[in-house]
Design a protein around this ligand. Structure first.
Ligand SMILES: Cc1ncc(COP(=O)(O)O)c(C=O)c1O
Length: 367
């Protein structure tokens, strides 16, 4: 079976992990600090805090906004469930908005339609790595949490996605463009928020054991000033991340070549709508290649691909259609995507011969 997502691990990752094991230091430590420095430098970010997952980074990002209890936060419904969970975990209410059919991203109009008197923030997801137009949201005067889980290499007007809003998050889970197994992180232009994020990630304790070891006396003391779960990364994950970071340009170039192959080969297929390319002022990350198949034929197409040995999937089941967030809201585009969207395999571990087979198989569908 050809998998829809995947990573590319090799000797570079093995060497980095090995050096941490040999140093007998596998928790948070020098590799974490090195990853944070290098990731921020690559992206031109003022700072970066590594965490144990993108989901937890979302939780922390909402916390850092310090919204009044019970605020409404607008979240696009076509995204991962953690976006809504993060809002609830901070004592607020997610209010779902629709997305654009072509970009799969929220729009200013959709946010305006969903806005309530209690709306205090908006979460902008860069779906598949195509930048959401957060520049167009500025006139709304709401703080923006950017979910750049798919957008580790995406840029809008030259600036890295994730660094555009109030707080931005990334995911480094096993199948993300930069993979660590599990991992995530957060950036913000506000130095006070960055400092607080470092404190929050260790249950609100001011200093981790690693940092405290530099103290001269009473190094065991700490003072907890915040109520927050533990979200510490490990140096094992950071080691993998350091190696992945050095390979990121090459892995992105490969993703782009697969994307361009699909875009070219599927151009003539009347029954398949290809995903949108980035406009001239933006850069894509090619996290997922999400097509649309209309006329109630998407499921048959997915089944055909599966029978031919190609695994496909839908990202995402709209949040407002999940029992936990069930609402009467009707979001027609998200609901249409739920019936028509399908992600085809695109990842750095996909062999060129497999990509060629996928092209041939898609073009062979007589649906
Ligand atoms: C859009 C989006 N946001 C957040 C996350 C959460 O990231 P993680 O898996 O690292 O918790 C994901 C994960 O798939 C995602 O796709």
């Amino acid at each position: 079976m050809i998998n829809v997502f995947g990573s590319k691990m090799g000797p570079e990752e093995l060497a980095e992990v090995r050096s941490s094991l040999e140093a007998q230091w596998i928790g948070i430590g020098p590799k974490t600090a090195a990853f944070e420095k290098d990731f921020a430098a690559r992206g031109g970010l003022p700072g970066f805090v590594l965490l144990d997952s993108g989901s937890n980074a979302l939780h922390m990002a909402v916390k850092l906004l310090d919204l009044p209890p019970g605020s409404d936060v607008i979240v696009p419904s076509f995204t991962w469930i953690s976006c809504a969970h993060a809002v609830v975990l901070c004592g607020h209410r997610p209010v779902f908005c629709d997305v654009d059919l072509d970009t799969h991203n929220l729009t200013r109009e959709a946010v305006e339609r969903a806005r309530t008197p209690k709306t205090r923030a908006v979460m902008a997801v860069h779906y598949a790595g195509l930048p959401a137009r957060v520049d167009g949201l500025a006139p709304l005067g709401l703080p923006i949490v950017e979910d750049a889980a798919h957008a580790v290499d995406s840029r809008l007007k030259g600036a890295l996605c994730g660094g555009l809003g109030e707080v931005g998050i990334y995911s480094f889970d096993a199948v993300k463009n930069l993979a660590m197994g599990e991992g995530g992180g957060l950036t913000t232009k506000d130095p006070a928020k960055l400092a607080r994020a470092r404190q929050l990630r260790y249950c609100g304790i001011g200093k981790s054991g690693f940092e405290a070891s530099a103290s001269k006396d009473r190094w065991w003391e700490y003072n907890v000033t915040d109520f927050f779960p533990k979200m510490l990364p490990s140096d094992i994950a950071a080691s993998i991340g350091l190696a992945q970071l050095r390979k990121l340009d090459a892995m992105q170039a490969y993703r782009k070549s697969l994307w361009e192959l699909y875009q070219k080969e599927f151009a003539g297929l009347g029954w398949l709508v290809r995903p949108q390319d980035a406009p001239a002022d933006a850069r894509h990350s090619y996290f997922t290649y999400c097509v649309r198949v209309g006329g109630g034929r998407r499921d048959a197409f997915a089944k055909y691909m599966y029978d031919k040995g190609v695994y496909t999937t839908l990202r995402y089941h709209p949040l407002h259609l999940n029992t936990i967030y069930g609402s009467d809201a009707r979001l027609p585009v998200c609901e249409r995507l739920n019936e028509e969207a399908l992600s085809l395999p695109i990842h750095p571990g996909l062999k060129e011969s497999d990509a060629a087979y996928i092209v041939e198989t898609v073009k062979g569908w007589k649906g």
